[in-house]
Design a protein around this ligand. Structure first.
Ligand SMILES: [Zn+2]
Length: 139
């Protein structure tokens, strides 16, 4: 499994046009093509530039990687701090939204999901606490 972590992006939410500071964590199972951080960063960048909603960015990145790389599977988790949530309205400065998308073998094989989630879990446990619980795999 290739794991690419903390690919940062800045987007703007479709509803409020407020900034969204996000990061993507991506895992994929290469078939024959691999791509590095810069290739994935370009994909993330392309979809986050326009006015967006986070669920859509997540789905678009996943399906683009699936089309371009033809991997055995793609797993992506996106975490975003939404300006419309953190600095106005409800003023939840620490709140983030987490969205995910799993394609190919990931939705089919729980042990792969587990491997992906525990890999990003180990790495992000310090900052996120128990947010990504492997006991409740994200689908
Ligand atoms: Zn918003």
């Amino acid at each position: 499994m290739v794991l690419l972590r903390n690919i940062r992006f800045v987007s703007h939410c479709e509803r409020h046009m407020a900034p969204v500071n996000g990061r993507a964590l991506i895992g994929y199972l290469p078939r024959d093509r691999v791509v590095g951080i810069s290739g994935v960063a370009r994909v993330v960048d392309a979809f986050s530039k326009r006015l967006q909603i986070q669920e859509k960015i997540t789905a678009q990145i996943a399906s683009t990687l699936e089309t371009e790389l033809r991997p055995h599977g793609v797993a992506i988790v996106v975490e975003g701090a939404h300006g419309c949530m953190t600095s106005r309205g409800v003023h939840q400065s620490q709140a983030t939204m987490v969205t995910s998308r799993m394609l190919g073998l990931f939705p089919e094989q729980p042990q792969l999901r587990h491997a992906f989630l525990s890999a990003i879990n180990r790495a992000t446990a310090a900052s996120l606490g128990t947010f990504f619980s492997v006991a409740h795999p994200i689908r």
